[in-house]
Design a protein around this ligand. Structure first.
Ligand code: CO
Length: 213
């Protein structure tokens, strides 16, 4: 596989560098992982979780999809959240969007993309809920960027509405769900200040409790 030769070469150098700096590095990681954070971010190649956060392998559990969505029927994302919360006992879920997101941009338009349209539909629903504000932003780039922010806030709520997160709170497990957004232009994260730490912060219709009437 000539196309992958460069990647294997990179990988060998990376593994050697790690071993040179810390001979026990891979041995310890092979035994267990104890990440403190779950990162749910966009698949965009310019938004790599570990690099942005300055974290090494083993320090952040990662799920990425187009436009960093938490969809309540998405078994993949829900399974990641369950494993991260219930098994790894992570205490921080970070939903991170980014300005200039191609998925959010596509959701603002009418062009068909095929299967992907069903996924982007989730973002169109957010647009529809915030139509008054978004339609008032004349510049498309600024409108997309605002929808990128609104999308993160919505996904924070979606994560909190899962029984996984709510049961963690009910059991006394300290768990915070954060909404961040990343700037492709400057490489900086911004906190959207929508942190949720308990079910009191949720709309009552979404609050769930085992055995409740
Ligand atoms: Co994106």
């Amino acid at each position: 596989m000539a196309e992958l030769a460069k990647l294997f070469e990179n990988n060998r150098r990376w593994a050697e560098d790690n071993l040179r700096n810390d001979p026990g590095f891979f041995g310890r990681l092979a035994e267990q992982q104890t990440p403190k954070f779950l990162w749910i971010g966009c698949s965009d190649s310019r938004v790599p979780a570990n690099h942005i956060l300055g974290l090494k392998p083993g320090e952040v559990f990662v799920h990425r999809n187009v436009a960093n969505l938490v969809v309540h029927t998405d078994m993949s994302c829900l399974s990641v959240i369950q494993f991260a919360v219930e098994v790894l006992k992570i205490e921080h879920i970070i939903i991170c969007g980014h300005y200039g997101c191609g998925g959010v941009h596509a959701a603002c338009g009418s062009r068909q993309f095929g299967l992907l349209d069903n996924w982007l539909r989730n973002i169109k629903d957010i647009y529809a809920r915030h139509r008054a504000e978004l339609d008032g932003i004349a510049d498309l780039k600024n409108r997309v960027d605002r929808l990128c922010e609104l999308n993160v806030m919505e996904q924070v709520r979606n994560a909190c509405h899962t029984t996984i997160v709510q049961n963690a709170w009910l059991s006394g497990h300290p768990l915070s769900v954060h909404g961040l957004i990343y700037g492709l232009n400057d490489g900086l994260l911004r906190d959207l200040a929508v942190r949720v730490t308990n079910s009191d912060q949720l709309d009552t219709i979404y609050r769930l409790r085992v055995g409740a009437a």
